[in-house]
Design a binder for this molecule. Structure first.
Ligand code: ZN
Ligand code: ZN
Ligand code: ZN
Length: 378
């Protein structure tokens, strides 16, 4: 296991904010507005409480970044993000007025305009408050405006993602040794969460343990069902380590599988392999989905692969780019995303195999390296 990586510096964050402001300008925007959440963490390192009080980072091309912040949180903000100019507001005053100073200059009629990208998770009440205050402004979701803003990871980010992947892999190696038969999904899920923490995760986002027919529901997390001998069990787990995400899936079987279970697992494993092989600079995101899907369609299970092949990962466990039909943007070295095809047979069982992959100069590299053959558990 690697040690704790050096923290990102104010200079690192300033460079990211500058890049974001420039990208906004290039995209024809007057700026971007960032609410508390993953975009703010990535741009500034600041993690304020996500409350009803307005906190908003304003980035405009050619201008210094500014943070609208509740006065009572200003000291924390100054400490966490010393490179930001703060515009604080106190309870009882109008925070949208404070923000409107930053969003554009009034014209002769007193109106302001402009088009801004807004982080996806901004609260509707804040956006409506701004719109009300500045009726001439227009807003577009950041994912639509700058979908690739956080998609290409630098070396320090890749190091963290690799460490998170290695920790998830270590958790998988250990979970294979625990007892499955006769225990509830919840209990195995708790084991998984404990292992992720043991291997350095500060946050566990999900621990899916989907046994037997529950495996046919990709959204099943873990429940009261008692795992039985003969069950396929989809394991899909991840969280954050050193601020960056892990997300991996393996499907195990309790005791010896039957011929069909083996076949379905083989098909998904081949699909995952083909998806991975499609990863190279310049290929379109949708090519990864197509490559994986073709294997499953060819095997006759096309209608049972009911989700996209992958999603990006970084300071969150789900973010752009998406490996999905219709996403024609090219893969770029440094992008990190999942390749996770699955087959879901309603009422029976499901299989999913997932690795995080990063794009290299000439192909792809897996950040999850545990064996993808079906493991037999007890
Ligand atoms: Zn079985
Ligand atoms: Zn997953
Ligand atoms: Zn995933």
């Amino acid at each position: 296991m690697t040690g704790t990586p050096a923290p990102f510096t104010a200079d690192d964050y300033t460079a990211r904010m500058r890049r974001a402001a420039r990208a906004a300008g290039d995209a024809g925007l007057d700026g971007v507005l960032i609410a508390p959440g993953p975009d703010l963490v990535w741009l500034t390192g600041y993690r304020p409480p996500e409350t009803e009080r307005l906190t908003l980072l304003v980035l405009r091309p050619g201008e210094d970044p500014a943070l609208v912040v509740p006065a009572l949180e200003a000291p924390d903000a100054a400490k966490a993000a010393p490179m930001l100019a703060l515009r604080d507001w106190t309870d009882g005053t109008d925070p949208y007025e404070t923000a409107s100073d930053l969003l554009g200059r009034a014209d002769r009629t007193g109106r302001t305009g402009g088009r801004f990208g807004v982080s996806d998770n901004a609260w509707a009440m804040h956006l409506l408050g701004l719109q009300n205050r500045l009726p001439d402004t227009a807003y577009v979701a950041l994912t639509d405006a700058l979908p690739m803003l956080r998609a290409v990871k630098d070396a320090a980010e890749l190091q963290r993602l690799a460490a998170a992947g290695a920790a998830a892999d270590a958790a998988y190696e250990e979970i294979r040794e625990v007892r499955f038969a006769g225990r509830r999904e919840n209990e195995v899920a708790a084991d998984l969460a404990g292992l992720l923490r043991q291997f350095g995760h500060s946050q566990v986002d999900f621990t899916i343990v989907a046994s037997g027919p529950n495996g046919a529901n990709p959204h099943h997390e873990a429940g009261d069902r008692v795992i039985e001998r003969g069950d396929m069990v989809v394991l899909d787990f991840g969280g954050l380590k050193h601020g960056y995400g892990s997300d991996t899936s393996r499907t195990v079987h309790v005791g010896e599988p039957d011929a069909e279970e083996r076949r379905v697992h083989d098909v998904v494993r081949a699909a995952q392999e083909e998806g991975f092989r499609a990863v190279r600079p310049g290929a379109a995101c949708q090519d990864v989905d197509r490559a994986a899907r073709a294997v499953i369609v060819e095997a006759g299970y096309g209608e049972y692969f009911i989700h996209r092949t992958g999603h990006g990962i970084g300071v969150t466990t789900h973010e752009p780019p998406y490996m999905v039909e219709g996403e024609e943007r090219p893969l770029v070295p440094g992008m990190c995303f999942s390749v996770e095809p699955g087959i879901y047979l309603p009422g029976r069982f499901g299989v999913r195999i997932e690795d995080i992959v990063t794009v290299t100069e000439d192909g792809g590299r897996r950040l999850n390296t545990t064996e993808r053959e079906m493991a037999i558990v007890e």
